[in-house]
Design a protein around this ligand. Structure first.
Ligand SMILES: Cc1ncc(COP(=O)(O)O)c(C=O)c1O
Length: 378
């Protein structure tokens, strides 16, 4: 049997080992997926398109109507001013990330990640031969250490990856921090890839700010975003990117040579979703409640320190006070009937666990009860 290429040697799969569905008796706090159904308006739009036979090849970057709706959405919610031609709709934000990495790096080039970061960035960069350079965030609040980022820039650095609100830490970088990172990128002529998939989920009183909305930011920032999180559309695989014209042209080529385009009948559904603000606000009201339940419940457990979760739907908790390593803690929790993620699976996450409060209130209450019984019995 022929060998597969060495490209896959040692390639990670992120949090995958801990995302396997456990038995039905286990409470799952692992999956970064909204516990809500996709809103009916969106489903109905997709069904109507199917019934009308919109199942053939179409414009690679997405229908003009959809790209225009994305441009309008970005201007309305995030002060990012682009035209429909500057938007490429992709199969999930994940694919847009891959295009962004291909566009900003060559094999051997360095990309700065703020550690701990989302588990897919590192393997995705390694997959294409780029070199992830992990710069730790401040452990007390998971905000960026600007001096450390500056110190990590070498003559091989091409890109800084931003993800605010952040998976896994829940940090929302302040406008000044975003400006500080942009200043470093301008000074060293670097790209910024800004993963803004959680941009509507901010629970603090400073706003999400995109570097693309700041002076000097638009020409060096590729913004990645998508429908999975705020509209509960994870399985529909819809994301997008926008950026300067040369980057968008390269993204169009990347898509033409890989996915072609997202399913034609989903384009209208994605367009409809962008105006479903009521659904986004309804989900957000629930997340705010669940965040407080999870934060207060975990904080009351012995040996666990919870850093204030500022955005997205994750809590990143320091469990070193329990005397266990994060994998021992996750294994013990699973035995107690709660699935959560030991953060040492990603660089810089040692001693922390990640829990998602996107799950329903019952699962939060039940999981907290189980952890309480387990930890108080120890
Ligand atoms: C930070 C971050 N970026 C991107 C994605 C991928 O989103 P999509 O489902 O649109 O591919 C996720 C999903 O978990 C994520 O947490």
């Amino acid at each position: 049997m022929p060998e597969i290429s060495s490209r896959f040697d040692g390639l990670g799969v992120g949090f995958a080992p801990y995302l396997q569905p456990p038995g039905p008796e286990v409470v799952r706090w692992t999956v970064g997926e909204p516990g809500f159904s996709t809103p009916d308006e969106i489903l109905n739009a997709a069904i109507k398109e199917l019934e009308e036979g919109n199942t053939k090849y179409t414009r690679g970057a997405g229908s003009m109507e959809l790209c225009q709706a994305v441009a309008d959405y970005l201007s309305k919610h995030h002060d990012i001013v682009v035209t429909a031609e500057d938007v490429v709709v992709t199969p999930g934000a994940k694919q847009a990330m891959l295009y962004s990495f291909l566009i900003t790096t060559m094999p051997g080039d360095e990309a700065i990640l703020l550690a701990p970061s989302w588990a897919s960035y590192e393997p995705m960069l390694e997959f294409i031969g780029a070199v992830p350079v992990h710069v730790p965030v401040r452990k007390e609040d998971f905000h960026p250490d600007l001096q450390a980022i500056r110190d990590a820039v070498t003559d091989k650095t091409r890109m800084i990856l931003l993800n605010s609100p952040c998976n896994p830490t829940g940090a929302v970088f302040t406008p000044d921090e975003i400006q500080g990172i942009l200043d470093i990128a301008i000074e060293h002529d670097l790209w910024i890839v800004s993963d803004e998939i959680y941009s509507r989920m901010v629970w603090v009183d400073w706003p999400h700010v995109s570097p693309a909305a700041l002076p000097g930011g638009k020409e060096r920032t590729i913004v990645v975003n998508g429908w999975s999180k705020s509209w509960a559309m994870t399985g529909m695989r819809l994301g997008f990117l926008t950026g300067p014209r040369n980057a968008v042209k390269a993204a169009v080529k990347s898509q033409a040579n890989s996915a072609s385009h997202v399913p034609t009948f989903m384009m209208e559904a994605a367009r409809v979703a962008l105006s479903c603000d009521d659904a986004v606000m309804k989900f957000n009201r629930e997340y705010r409640k669940r965040r407080v339940m999870m934060r207060d419940g975990l904080s009351a457990l012995p040996g666990i320190r919870v850093v204030e979760p500022e955005g997205a739907f994750y809590i990143f908790a320091d469990i070193t006070g329990t005397g266990m390593s994060d994998t021992e803690f996750a294994d013990g929790a699973l035995e107690a009937g709660v699935q959560l993620i030991p953060a040492s699976l990603v660089t810089g996450g040692e001693g922390f666990i990640r829990v998602s409060y996107a799950t329903d209130e019952e699962a939060i209450e039940e999981g907290l009860d189980r952890l309480r019984n387990w930890l108080l019995d120890e």
